[in-house]
Design a protein. Structure first.
Length: 276
């Protein structure tokens, strides 16, 4: 036995998340640390051909179900908790989500976790493409992880429903942001809504999630709202709006809600009533 051998040290826990967006260098430094869980939201073929070491795959559609004629409605608490625990995630873990579509799917998971009380979550900025371009490690094959223990605790201040929106119409600090295309908006939208296509946030020629926050804040101020306002985002079914939810939060907006039912629910409940 070599008495001069260095003692084995247990890996330190994952560092505090630097924000809602993390870069590949930061994530590379955290790989293998206790309390870190990585979720891959790409399709099964892409995941099988290579993924970030330790990442487990989540099918985006698994986060929701069809309810009352609406697609992709977020799972109820017990089902959501079971799904998340199956990824090895427990309350308190640091969760990093990534995809290959400017963070669109990953943002949906961020909002869902926020809604169920889990704050320690971020998106890998640039997703899989930037990870590979920056020389990040690649794993293949099945990842094995013990189930976590996740209790979903509702956080109502990041969500809105149709009744809540009706009650807030006309409030001076309430903003409705429609994140669909201009063509969709022109065919019908919620009363008082402002049109801002979610893809406006994406930097030209980049895989990154968001343009510079200061630049975005100036653009939003030109549309008539700023960080003192409460912003509710929606799209057709709450998917694209989740990206804008993430971008607004990253830009320092403290009060952001997502209308999960979005236009599909509004058009059913209100008969399509809205500004035209």
């Amino acid at each position: 036995m070599n008495s001069n051998a260095e003692p084995q040290r247990a890996p330190t826990a994952v560092a505090d998340l630097p924000g809602l967006l993390v870069d590949p260098v930061w994530l590379s430094e955290q790989l293998g640390r206790p309390g870190l869980r990585i979720v891959d939201l790409r399709d099964s073929e892409s995941y099988a051909s290579g993924h970030i070491p330790g990442a487990l795959r989540l099918e985006l559609a698994a986060l929701g179900a069809c309810l009352a004629g609406c697609d992709n409605v977020l799972l109820p608490p017990a089902e959501f908790g079971e799904l998340i625990a199956g990824l090895g995630i427990s309350n308190g873990d640091a969760v990093i989500a990534y995809d290959d579509n400017w963070g669109l799917a990953a943002a949906r998971l961020v909002w869902a976790l926020h809604y169920y009380g889990h704050e320690r979550v971020a998106v890998l900025d640039g997703g899989w493409d930037r990870w590979v371009d920056d020389g990040g490690g690649v794993a293949v094959g099945e990842e094995l992880v013990a189930p976590g223990r996740f209790k979903a605790t509702l956080r109502a201040d990041v969500s809105a429903d149709a009744d809540w929106i009706v009650g807030r119409l006309g409030a001076g600090d309430a903003v409705l942001l429609d994140t669909r295309t201009r063509a969709e908006f022109d065919r019908g939208h919620l009363p008082e809504a402002v049109c801002w296509d979610w893809f406006n946030a994406v930097p030209a020629g980049s895989w990154n999630v968001s343009r510079d926050p200061a630049e975005l804040r100036a653009e939003w101020e030109a549309l008539g709202f700023d960080r003192s306002d409460e912003v509710t985002v929606y799209c057709r079914s709450g998917m694209r709006a989740a990206h804008t939810y993430l971008v607004l939060r990253n830009a320092g907006f403290p009060r952001v809600r997502l209308y999960d039912g979005s236009w599909q629910e509004w058009s059913i409940k209100m008969g399509g009533a809205g500004g035209h």
